[in-house]
Design a protein around this ligand. Structure first.
Ligand code: ADP
Ligand code: MG
Ligand code: ZN
Length: 488
């Protein structure tokens, strides 16, 4: 499709995000929620839906949900209630999910995305509490599997569902919304938001309409999105597909589609169900949830500093550029790591910016390459600061520091130890350097001639040769001085 055609249409996107709350036990029973246990070992009659049992609401889950809602600028409803959402699927042993329907916990929130003039609010329509279902494992692909296995450990893990307004206008903006949302929820301490472990899951609703039109087109809902990258890819594919359907004179069907990660296409899964298909009715075993103002305010007081505030503080306290502050505060663990480094290294003489360069550059590159979070790495603020001191004190060059960075992160060995063991320390012994300089002068008569006849930049080449001969270990300042002396 050419871009002129694509510009005739604009996408409209709304996201439904499910987030597992960090409680120790499930929402209606005392079973543990720990991730990664043997299948079907964290279950009881309540979460298996056996007859004759009663759910008891976990107050901790309510508190975390309220915390999340406050962090997302929502209004907490003084009274909400639970409904049964009825459907049959093998991962749902009760054949209904306890969820919230027409009286959700919170409504009317927002978060902000974009920078500068293109800063924009994305509305949050509602945030409600519900229980998670079990997990199906298909042998092969969902379409062709001969057998599927079910693990009920996840049944009854507390979830919040966060439904955005259809305010998102591109796949990239959808990704940014998710990044900001994840960051806020991690800061608020309500969830670890690990998409790869399923503690943050996204369904994406998307439609297209003639550019500038006020009415919405018919939407499809994408499921099985496994990463932020897939959100972008899946939405891009789906937007293209819908435009092609319309241009061919067809009609977009309202349906649920499955994102096929391998083939990078969406496939129709089922017609979109309507609310009445679920036969929602009030959960008779739970009383309505009344939250008094004072309690809500006491939760608000427990809210920690959120990413926006921390970003502003990084700019004002450390004199960092906004860009740095944004990158460093995206996750609370990275922000804490940075602050601990500055705490050790000190704030004078551009030090906070030096730390920022290393954390945003080498450290982030290492974490991304290994697909881990900072708390999973063996590197600590002491490692980074010792490395910076070695550079500052002239013991090693920045180049050597970069070369040993990954090893330090992987093994947890202190940089000074690596430098000592591998003999990487900077050569600042003048006689040692003078010997190399003499050899380089001897081997490069033409360049030396150029320098002597006034070509100042020839010196740079000679410095380079000395650095090369010493494996980057010579102190550049010293090399410069000795060379100038020898060349007269
Ligand atoms: P339902 O109750 O059918 O799930 P909602 O009104 O709660 O529908 O919307 C679900 C999600 O779909 C929300 O995130 C909303 O922003 C989004 N949405 C609604 N209409 C559209 C549309 N026409 N195009 C894209 N997204 C939409
Ligand atoms: Mg919905
Ligand atoms: Zn249980």
């Amino acid at each position: 499709m050419d871009s002129a055609t694509a510009a005739e249409f604009e996408p409209v996107i709304g996201l439904e995000v499910h987030v597992e709350l960090k409680t120790k036990s499930k929402i209606f029973c005392p079973c543990p929620t720990k991730f990664g246990a043997e299948p079907n070992t964290q279950v009881c009659p309540v979460c298996l839906g056996l007859p004759g049992v009663l759910p008891v609401l976990n107050e901790g889950a309510v508190e975390l949900a309220v915390m999340a809602a406050l962090a997302l600028n929502c209004d907490i409803r003084p009274s909400s209630r639970f409904h049964r959402k009825n459907y049959f699927y093998p991962d749902l042993p009760k054949a209904y999910q306890i969820s919230q329907y027409d009286h959700p916990l919170a409504t009317g929130g927002w978060i902000e995305v974009g920078a500068g003039a293109s800063r924009k609010r994305i509305g949050i329509k509602r945030l409600h509490l519900e229980e998670d279902a079990g997990k199906l494992m298909h042998e092969g692909s969902i379409e062709t599997a001969a057998r599927s296995l079910v693990d009920f450990n996840r049944c009854g893990v507390p979830l919040i569902e966060i439904v955005s307004e259809p305010d998102i206008s591109s796949p990239e903006e959808a990704k940014e919304y998710l990044q900001v949302l994840k960051s806020i929820l991690q800061y608020a301490g309500v969830s670890d938001c690990r998409m790869q472990e399923g503690s943050l899951r996204v369904d994406a609703n998307v439609s297209v309409r003639p550019t500038g039109s006020a009415a919405f087109g018919t939407r499809t809902e994408l499921k099985n999105i496994g990463s932020f990258r897939s959100v972008v890819r899946g939405l891009q594919y789906e937007i293209r597909r819908q435009i092609e359907v319309i241009r061919a004179g067809g009609e977009v069907l309202q349906e649920t589609r499955h994102w096929d990660e391998q083939r990078e296409v969406t496939v129709a899964l089922r017609g979109k169900e309507e609310a009445h298909d679920y036969r929602y009715f009030p959960e008779p075993d739970l009383v309505p949830l009344h939250l008094d103002r004072e309690w809500v305010e006491s939760v608000r007081l427990k809210l920690p500093e959120l990413p926006e505030a921390r970003k502003r503080r990084f700019v004002s306290d450390y004199g960092l550029p906004e860009y740095d502050a944004g990158v460093l505060t995206a996750s609370p663990s990275l922000a804490e790591f940075y602050e601990r480094c500055v705490g050790l290294y000190g704030r004078g003489e551009g030090r906070p910016k030096t730390v920022s360069n290393w954390v945003m550059g080498e450290l982030t590159r290492f974490l991304n390459a290994n697909n881990i979070e900072i708390e999973e790495a063996r590197v600590t603020p002491s490692h980074v600061v010792e490395l910076l001191r070695l550079i500052e004190g002239g013991s090693i060059s920045g180049k050597i520091a970069k070369a040993i960075f990954d090893r330090m992160c992987e093994t947890g060995e202190m940089p000074s130890q690596i430098v000592r063991r591998e003999g990487l320390g900077q050569i600042s012994d003048e006689s040692e350097i003078a010997a190399v300089v003499a050899r380089v002068i001897e081997e490069n008569p033409k360049v030396v001639g150029d320098y002597k006849s006034g070509k100042a930049q020839a010196l740079g080449y000679l410095v380079g040769q000395v650095m090369k001969a010493t494996g980057g270990r010579a102190s550049p300042g010293l090399v410069n001085r000795v060379l100038r002396e020898r060349l007269g």
